[in-house]
Design a protein around this ligand. Structure first.
Ligand code: SAH
Length: 350
């Protein structure tokens, strides 16, 4: 059965056949602009609410809800139909409220330092399942308005390409969100970046770089063996040229691995021609990767080193570490069917 956020306006019109025409608009506004649950659309007669609620499925079941940062960060573990689980994180800041959504249950990219990658891939999410995460978070954020959606939860958004594109499109067209408020983060699926550039979608692209030499990057991000740094740079250049948007690189600072002066020079050289912004992430601990994050002084020095080399850099504020909700820590491990899918059978040349 489809869920409320799978349905288009025409689908609602068909479901509301026989009702006054303004009902479609009422439900549409309630769902997409007012972040309401069907059960809370009090402008609809009670019987109609009940009928609509039973005509659509509820794609997410809360398994666990935890908070940290004095309530400013919240993480949900949601069970999907079939039993797989995903995690969603809501972060409230002074100037914005951001939800971090998952696009896959698990991930097949196998990045060594990421807990999701360590656990393997379970399945793709549907459009309704990704949107349901956004709106569950939006309802929880009220009375503050959810302002930003980042595709940085479990999974590789560009390995679930059609769903990611459709979700971005709906959030833009139906909820009125702009490019500055929608960020897709990718491990660097080069052909998919080029295809995305041509879609003309309003979004910000972040590329998880982490190393700017192929030897190190092959270790950290195995997809690099398929799309190496040269290939990735070509895709990034196409993105910047086609969209005229600023690109950003994510770089999780790992002690002695990618925080050296040599790494600094390599990164600066790679980022400069693309005029990319660098977002430094202090490495968050995960069970399967025993290397340490860079000490705070090194993080600060690395940032200063980038600035001195003419590269714009910021340090990402870490949220939710105590509840395993920080970058790279999402790994709902309640699905016994979780399996590792070989890289080669996962990503397709698009
Ligand atoms: N698959 C996408 C979306 C995940 S985004 C991607 O890789 O971009 C999550 C971000 O957190 C990515 O930049 C990822 O590389 C980073 N990350 C993964 N593990 C981490 C860890 N242990 N500490 C800090 N950042 C990590």
């Amino acid at each position: 059965m489809l869920s409320a956020y799978d349905l288009t306006r025409d689908d609602w019109a068909a479901l509301l056949d026989g009702e006054p025409a303004f009902r479609v608009e009422q439900i549409w506004r309630a769902l997409w602009l007012e972040d309401r649950d069907i059960a809370d659309v009090t402008t609809l007669p009670k019987a109609l609410r009940a009928r609509l609620a039973s005509a659509v499925s509820e794609p997410l079941t809360v398994v666990r809800e935890v908070e940290s940062d004095r309530g400013a960060t919240k993480k949900w573990v949601f069970a999907l139909e079939g039993g797989a689980t995903v995690e969603t994180v809501l972060m409230a800041y002074d100037d914005r409220v951001t939800v971090c959504v998952s696009t896959q249950a698990g991930c097949a990219m196998a990045c060594s330092f990421c807990a999701t990658g360590q656990a393997g891939f379970t399945r793709q999410l549907t459009v309704g399942e990704v949107l349901a995460q956004v709106f569950a978070a939006a309802r929880s954020a009220a009375p503050r308005r959810l302002s930003n959606v980042v595709f940085m939860g479990m999974g590789e958004p560009l390995a679930n390409y059609p769903v990611t594109v459709e979700v971005v499109r709906r959030l833009h067209e139906w909820r009125g969100m702009s490019a500055r408020h929608l960020t897709v983060s990718t491990v660097g699926v080069a052909p998919a970046i080029e295809r995305l550039a041509a879609e003309g979608l309003p979004l910000t692209l972040a590329v998880s770089l982490h190393a700017a030499n192929d030897v190190t990057r092959n270790e950290l991000v195995p997809l690099n063996r398929r799309y190496n740094l040269d290939r990735l740079a070509r895709a990034c250049a196409a993105w910047v040229e086609t969209t005229s948007r600023r690109l950003s690189f994510e770089w999780a600072l790992i002690d002695g691995v990618n925080d050296t002066d040599q790494a600094l020079d390599e990164l600066a050289e790679y980022a400069r021609p693309l005029r990319a912004h660098v977002n430094l992430i202090p490495l968050n601990p995960t069970p399967g990767y025993l290397v340490m994050g860079s000490p705070p002084a090194r993080v600060a020095a690395f940032r200063a080193g980038l600035e001195a080399r003419g590269i714009n850099a910021t340090v990402r504020q870490t949220r939710g570490r105590s509840i395993d909700a920080a970058c790279g820590q999402l790994a709902a491990v309640t699905n016994p069917k979780r399996r590792r899918v070989p890289l080669a059978s996962q990503s397709s040349d698009r």
